[in-house]
Design a protein around this ligand. Structure first.
Ligand code: CP
Length: 312
C-alpha cells in the first residue's frame, strides 16, 4: 500500500493500514535524531508553514524540528503576530499563505473543524495540530508509537484514559486510534467531565478510578482543560486530585508493567503526582521524543516521500 492522502485531519479518516504506514515510517526515521548530524536532505526545497493560533510547546517545536531534520524550510506564524489581529479572516489569511506556495501547512486552532475548512479551500497539505475539543491526530499517533515500541503491538492492550474527557481532543483521537488498532479503551472521569455518547467512539466508561487502573496496560492521564470551560466542573482542584488524581497509593492496583502517559502540559499535583510523573514506568518524555519521529513521518508522507521512493 502506498500513501495517497493529501491531509492529516483526524483519526476517523485514517485507516489501520495508514496508521501502520505512519508508525513504521516514524520507526525508521527515529534514528536520524540520534545521529551527530541530525539532518537528511529528503525534503530539501519543500516549505512548511507552522500556523499556530493557540499556545503550544511540544507540538509546535517538534513539527519545526521534524521539518528541519528533513531539510524542509519551516516558517512559524501565530495569531498574535499575523494580520489576523487587524481583522483578516482565517480563509483570507490561508489564501495569502497559499499564494506563497507552501507545500504543507501545520495548523492549530481553537475552533473545531478549522483545519478541515482550510483543507477544502487550499491546495497545500493541511496537518491538524489540534482543533478545539475535536481532534489532535499527531498526538494520538505519537502515543501509539510510544506504546507499540514498549509493548510490541497495540492489539488487545487495555488502555485507560482518565481526566477531562469532555474537552479533550487528545482523548477523542486516542480512543479512535487505539480501538482502530485493536486495543480496548476505557475512559474515566467525574460525570461533569464525561461526554454523553462517548461509548459510540468505541470506549467503555467508568466513574471509578480503581476500575480504570486495575488490569490496564496503559494509563493516560489528562489535564483539566481550564481554558475551554466556563466554570470549574469540580468543587476544587484539591477535591479533583483526591478523587481522580493518580498517585503512588492508587498505583498499587495497577499491573507491574503498566505504562503511565500524559500528553502534557502537566498540572503536577492535580491530575498526576510528581512522584508518578517522574517514575521509571512513566513514558511522558518518551512521548515527546516519539513526537518528532511521528511528525517527520507525516511531513515525509504528505510531501510525497513514499511515492518518490516507490518510483525509484
Ligand atoms: N501535547 C500537546 O499538544 O502539547 P502542546 O500544547 O505543548 O503542543
Amino acid at each position: 500500500m502506498t500513501w495517497t492522502k493529501k491531509d492529516v485531519l483526524d483519526m476517523e479518516s485514517l485507516s489501520a493500514e495508514e496508521i501502520n504506514i505512519i508508525l513504521d515510517t516514524a520507526d525508521s526515521l527515529k534514528e536520524i535524531s540520534k545521529r551527530p548530524i541530525k539532518k537528511v536532505p529528503t525534503l530539501r526545497g519543500k516549505t512548511v508553514i507552522l500556523f499556530f493560533q493557540e499556545a503550544s510547546t511540544r507540538t509546535r517545536v517538534s513539527f519545526d524540528i521534524a521539518a528541519k531534520r528533513l531539510s524542509a524550510d519551516s516558517i512559524s506564524i501565530s495569531a498574535s503576530n499575523s494580520s489576523m489581529v487587524k481583522g483578516e479572516t482565517l480563509i483570507d489569511t490561508a489564501k495569502n499563505l497559499e499564494a506563497m506556495s507552501p507545500d504543507i501547512i501545520v495548523m492549530r486552532h481553537s475552533s473545531s473543524g478549522a483545519p478541515h475548512l482550510l483543507a477544502q479551500r487550499i491546495s497545500a497539505s493541511i496537518i491538524n495540530a489540534g482543533d478545539g475539543t475535536h481532534a489532535h491526530p499527531t498526538q494520538a499517533l505519537l502515543d501509539m508509537m510510544t506504546v507499540r515500541e514498549r509493548k510490541g503491538s497495540l492489539k488487545n492492550l487495555r488502555v485507560s484514559i482518565i481526566g477531562d474527557i469532555s474537552r479533550s481532543r487528545v482523548a477523542r483521537s486516542n480512543i479512535l486510534g487505539f480501538t482502530k488498532m485493536g486495543a480496548h479503551v476505557k475512559v474515566a472521569a467525574p460525570p461533569t467531565m464525561m461526554p454523553k455518547g462517548i461509548e459510540s467512539l468505541g470506549a467503555s466508561v467508568t466513574g471509578d478510578m480503581k476500575s480504570a487502573i486495575e488490569g490496564a496496560d496503559v494509563i493516560m492521564m489528562l489535564r483539566i482543560q481550564k481554558e475551554r470551560q466556563q466554570s470549574f466542573l469540580f468543587p476544587s482542584e484539591r477535591e479533583y486530585s483526591k478523587r481522580f488524581g493518580l498517585n503512588i497509593s492508587r498505583l498499587q492496583h495497577a499491573k507491574p508493567d503498566v505504562l503511565i502517559m500524559h500528553p502534557g502540559p502537566l498540572n503536577r499535583g492535580v491530575e498526576i503526582a510528581p512522584e508518578v510523573a517522574d517514575a521509571p514506568y512513566s513514558v511522558i518524555l518518551d512521548q515527546v521524543t516519539s513526537g518528532v519521529a511521528v511528525r517527520m513521518a507525516i511531513l515525509y508522507l504528505l510531501a510525497g516521500g513514499m511515492r518518490d521512493a516507490d518510483d525509484h
